[in-house]
Design a protein around this ligand. Structure first.
Ligand SMILES: N[C@@H](CCC(=O)N[C@@H](CS)C(=O)NCC(=O)O)C(=O)O
Length: 202
């Protein structure tokens, strides 16, 4: 498999998941503006969507959208326990979290990264994200990870999104539970390895 990624972007979640699942893969860096891979491949030919992540499977087909890629990776190695079994209510809880992180958290960071966003848009995004963080912190009271005591692919995604706070001037310390959660996940060997491979950690 090949994971197309940009350092520190939402593709980091899939990168972490691949390592946690113990799968064989190649990480291919995409230069966002040029839409080229580090090897000179035209990224728009990999996916016309032009954004990361994309996962090229061994049969040559390409899967996009983090919310599809993450459970796919988990299902390649059920023994790694990165997702509850299909058909169980817990599995739908995983999708509930993936949807929440994607549309209610990830997309609200857009105001900080999109060129031309106004201060008003950024301020509104900060307020909305604060409410989302409150909700996640309350939901995780008494549990180590989003689904309970097992690290899942949803935690890889939440870890990635929370990591953006440091770049956009949101002090995660306002949510001590989330800060502790983020630090705990940052210490996982597969997370350290993914951050190093993306050039985000020495
Ligand atoms: N709907 C996609 C969105 C992915 C996305 O937002 N990717 C960003 C990085 S976090 C990106 O590649 N942006 C560059 C671009 O849109 O050109 C998903 O959830 O996987």
């Amino acid at each position: 498999m090949k994971l197309y990624y940009a350092p520190g972007a939402c593709s980091l979640a899939s990168h972490i998941a691949l390592r946690e699942a113990g799968l064989d893969f190649e990480a291919v860096k995409v230069e966002g503006r040029a839409q080229k891979t580090a090897g000179g491949e035209d990224y728009l030919k990999v996916t016309p969507k032009g954004y990361v992540p994309a996962l090229r499977l061994d049969d040559g087909s390409v899967l996009t959208e983090g919310t599809a890629i993450l459970p796919f990776i988990a299902d390649q190695n059920p023994a790694a326990r990165l997702a509850p079994a299909a058909g169980t209510l817990e599995r739908y809880r995983l999708h509930e979290w993936l949807g929440y992180i994607n549309s209610e958290m990830h997309k609200n960071f857009g105001a900080f990264f999109a060129p031309g966003s106004t201060d008003e848009q950024k301020s509104a995004a900060r307020t909305t994200l604060g409410k989302r963080f409150d909700f996640v912190q309350e939901s995780m009271e008494g549990r180590s990870f989003l689904l309970g005591e097992d690290f899942s692919v949803a935690d890889a995604y939440l870890f990635t999104v929370l990591g953006w706070c440091a770049y956009v001037g949101i002090d995660l310390g306002q949510w001590p539970g989330l800060k502790a959660y983020h630090s705990r996940i940052a210490g996982r060997p597969c997370v350290v390895a993914a951050l190093k491979a993306e050039g985000l950690l020495k």
